[in-house]
Design a binder for this molecule. Structure first.
Ligand SMILES: Cc1cc2nc3c(=O)[nH]c(=O)nc-3n(C[C@H](O)[C@H](O)[C@H](O)COP(=O)(O)OP(=O)(O)OC[C@H]3O[C@@H](n4cnc5c(N)ncnc54)[C@H](O)[C@@H]3O)c2cc1C
Length: 498
């Protein structure tokens, strides 16, 4: 293993003119100036993937260093409240019978991916252990009793609980304070021949330097805010207006970093797309507010026809359907409008969390909402087929009054007549959420080339590799942050023992 030098090196020190590190190695293509630090494993990014990777590498005996371009740890991971896992102690305690074997058998059904894939098996079998590990460090979880979309047949959402413990990012990041450089941006991998041997970084002032490392883990998050990558991966999105629910840092820069070392990508056209929100009334396009209570509305397409059981709008599958069948419109009567909330995404409201959630009336005061005294006039206002909308609403209301959804079997808890004027129509936007594609990796989390060969010294974790580094994840799962932590533990362990 490389000697640990970084602890006594200031990243802002200029290294210009220093002697070459490997001057005896004639084959070396390393930079000639002295590195800012020399470690076994350098991890780019401090979200779930990066933190877990650094933690595991250090546990395996390696010296580690995290470089994080933000001024604090966590990335998008600080926003994630729902963790998917199967066969956990939380489920058992709540009387929920579940197992990894059951979840694996259902995998293709709720992700569209390959449940026979070894990486899927390893992740699902390890998912309960990820939560045990985080809880062991002081994180708190509770279990939701309801089955969420894209999670299989059992309640598998484990929600962060401030009563039970502290946020996962905090408990892991605290253990790595002395091994984390903030306001430090990775700009390019350092190659020694074909092997990755470190990374170039800039500090807050833009001053460059490089870190010599035995291995580099790319844990830079996803690419959903990068239009060029998104449109190349999913051309159908070019015809849609741009709406994004992903963390501001999701620019996909890790893909370009790794590509320079020969990395290949996989599953790029599988974006987590959601059709469950409207324009953020405070921030405007492309930011989104989620409609809390959408399941109790009636959602129609441009012909005025109802689309599905509205509870399905929590799933990635409905986002994908929107691409070919959208746009969709949520129809709400005056009673439901008084109960609905519009909820912004946490990263847009860090300075003012109180402003994040709006009632319908508050939303309407900030952003135009189309109204109609009846379905026909609302249809005209929305620019959709008013007669079709009137027919759908009549059937919806008579079914709801009778207590049976004859079209889509929505349960009565979300199914009440929408009769009180005025009616409102909310144009649902298509929000890009996360990337279920990215760098391709092998079963050890090592980044591979298009021919399947391993790039020595290069690993990936989290959304940078589409969570599992393999198309077997399919269209993805809700609560996938667990797999970001899982892939971090895997890549960190492997990177420490190449
Ligand atoms: C509002 C919101 C709610 C969400 N809710 C959930 C949920 O309930 N459940 C769920 O499973 N998922 C949820 N997600 C998605 C989830 O948060 C992410 O998929 C997950 O956190 C990704 O983890 P990561 O480690 O791959 O990336 P991140 O956590 O984003 O970490 C990547 C880090 O890399 C840093 N970085 C990037 N490039 C560089 C560079 N060149 N140099 C240095 N540092 C760099 C970034 O600053 C960032 O800190 C939510 C996301 C959002 C935005």
């Amino acid at each position: 293993m490389l000697p640990l030098l970084f602890a006594c090196v200031d990243p802002t020190d200029s290294a210009e003119g220093d002697t070459a590190v490997d001057s005896d190695d004639v084959a070396s293509t390393l930079p000639t100036e002295a590195p800012l630090a020399e470690v076994d494993v350098v991890v780019i990014g401090s979200g779930a993937g990066g933190l877990a990777s650094a933690w595991a590498a250090r546990e395996a005996g390696a010296s580690v260093l995290i470089v994080e371009r933000a001024d604090t740890a966590g990335g998008a991971t600080v926003n994630a409240g729902n963790y998917w896992a199967a066969g956990t102690t939380w489920q058992s305690a709540a009387g929920i019978e579940d197992s990894a074997a059951l979840a694996i058998s259902e995998w293709s059904g709720f992700t569209g991916g390959d449940g026979d894939s070894p990486v899927v098996k390893a992740f699902v079998e390890g998912s309960a252990g990820v939560l045990d590990w985080l809880a062991g460090l002081g994180a708190g979880f509770g279990i939701s009793s309801s089955v969420a979309a894209d999670t299989g047949s059992k309640p598998r959402f484990h929600q962060l609980s401030s009563e039970a413990g502290r946020p996962p990012v905090n408990v892991v990041a605290e253990t790595l304070v002395g091994e984390s450089w903030f306001l430090t941006t990775a700009t390019e991998l350092v190659l020694d021949g074909e092997a990755v041997a470190g990374v170039w970084v800039t500090d807050a002032a833009g001053a460059p330097g490089w870190i010599h490392a035995g291995a580099v883990v790319v844990a830079t998050g996803g690419f959903t805010r990068n239009d060029a990558i998104v449109h190349a991966a999913l051309p159908a999105l070019q015809d849609q207006s741009t709406w994004i629910e992903a963390f501001p840092g999701m620019d996909g820069n890790g893909l370009a970093l790794a590509a320079a070392a020969g990395a290949t990508e996989q599953n790029m056209d599988h974006l987590g797309l959601y059709a469950h929100g409207v324009a953020d009334a405070r921030h405007g396009q492309p930011e989104v507010m989620v409609i809390v209570g959408l399941d109790s509305s009636m959602v129609v397409d441009a012909t005025g026809a109802r689309v599905t059981d509205e509870r399905q709008f929590g799933s990635v599958a409905m986002g994908t359907r929107y691409l070919t069948e959208g746009p969709y419109y949520a129809i709400v009567d005056d009673v439901l409008w008084a109960r609905i909330n519009l909820q912004g995404r946490g990263f847009n409201y860090l300075g003012d969390p109180e402003a994040m959630t709006l009632t319908g009336a508050e939303y309407e005061a900030l952003h135009p909402v189309l109204l109609g005294e009846d379905a026909e006039t609302l249809g005209t206002a929305l620019g959709i087929d008013g007669a079709g909308l009137a027919a759908s609403l009549q059937r919806y209301n008579s079914d709801a009054a009778a207590g049976t959804d004859t079209e889509y079997a929505k349960p009565s808890s979300s199914f009440t007549p929408l009769g009180k004027a005025p009616l409102r129509g909310l144009p649902i936007v298509l929000g890009r959420s996360k990337s279920f594609g990215g760098l391709a990796t092998d079963l050890d989390g090592a980044v591979i080339r298009a021919d399947g060969s391993v790039i020595v010294g290069l690993y990936a974790a989290g959304e940078a590799c589409g969570f599992l580094g393999d198309p077997a994840i399919g269209s993805g799962l809700n609560g996938s942050v667990t797999s970001a932590w899982w892939s971090g533990l895997l890549s960190g362990t492997s990177a420490a023992s190449p």
